[in-house]
Design a protein around this ligand. Structure first.
Ligand SMILES: C[S@@+](CC[C@H](N)C(=O)[O-])C[C@H]1O[C@@H](n2cnc3c(N)ncnc32)[C@H](O)[C@@H]1O
Length: 264
């Protein structure tokens, strides 16, 4: 349609820009050519390449959970195994604590679907709250600075997945809350939270949600910032670094790009 740039073309442009910026590093000064990889690459997707052990990918419990995540079909060729492994592992770790699970930024529910299987969520007697517009970012909540950093490339890239998500989670103790964060935050009635996932691609709703839920997150509970280390999301990193300083906590930056906060 006239005026709408197809997603594949947007991605192609991003890749070309990336290549122009980085080709010198790749060809002349790359770790790939200085033997920093100690053997065959075991993981090379989602901004991460390593020869370190990635056996978790084929471990049956994780493989099954990941398969279910993939079946929600967030996009073709979904390959976020390491990020999904981190959310599953952390969910498993905090499930012994008091409190419910909350995810802000759900899309088709890939992470939450994997977690539900991986930790046998029904046996926890907890509730999982899923908050999203279920149709993409709210343009007015994205700053000009974020738009020029590349967040504008997300506009128009999310499909309406509300009905699909309702069906995916209908058998579980899951409440699907549709609408824009921060407006919908009061609809989430969780009084205590042990798992909070923040993944909305932009600063304003993410900081608002984390502020809103902060006092409800129990001691030892985890907050996962999905976009923390990705170059295009630098404004989120800056905002969360400031937030962390105010709350006197440290954010653990993972090579997957995720940022992790444990509530003191
Ligand atoms: C990267 S996706 C989330 C992926 C998800 N965590 C998963 O498991 O695959 C980002 C989501 O944030 C949602 N979103 C962005 N801004 C929002 C806002 N202000 N309120 C609610 N949802 C928002 C989008 O609709 C999109 O579904």
């Amino acid at each position: 349609m006239k005026g709408i740039v197809p997603q594949s073309l947007k991605l192609f442009r991003i890749r070309i820009k990336w290549f122009i910026k980085n080709y010198r590093t790749i060809f002349y000064n790359s770790e790939l050519f200085t033997h920093e990889l100690n053997g065959r690459a075991t993981y090379k997707t989602d901004g991460l390449i390593t020869s370190n052990n990635s056996d978790f990918i084929n471990e049956p419990r994780f493989a099954k959970a990941y398969h279910l995540a993939k079946q929600t079909n967030p996009w073709n060729n979904f390959t976020l195994q390491w990020r999904v492994y981190i959310v599953c592992w952390l969910a498993d770790y905090v499930k012994k604590l008091e409190g419910d699970f909350v995810e802000c930024g759900v899309n088709t529910g890939a992470y939450s679907r994997a977690i539900i299987d991986y930790i046998n969520f029904p046996a926890t007697n907890k509730k999982f709250y899923l908050l999203d517009t279920f149709s993409g970012l709210v343009e007015d909540l994205v700053s000009d600075k974020e738009k020029s950093a590349g967040i504008n490339n997300y506009f128009g890239s999310y499909k309406d997945v509300y009905q699909q998500v309702k069906e995916t989670f209908s058998a579980f103790n899951v409440e699907v809350i549709k609408g824009a964060v921060p407006d919908t935050l009061p609809l989430c009635k969780a009084e205590k939270i042990c798992y909070l996932s923040i993944d909305m691609n932009c600063v304003e709703p993410e900081i608002a949600a984390t502020e809103y839920f902060w006092d409800k997150v129990v001691s030892g509970g985890v907050i996962i910032l999905d976009d923390y280390g990705f170059p295009v999301h630098i404004n989120q990193k800056d905002a969360f670094d400031k937030f962390a300083k105010e709350k006197k906590v440290e954010i653990l930056c993972l090579p997957t790009g995720q940022g992790i906060i444990f509530k003191p």
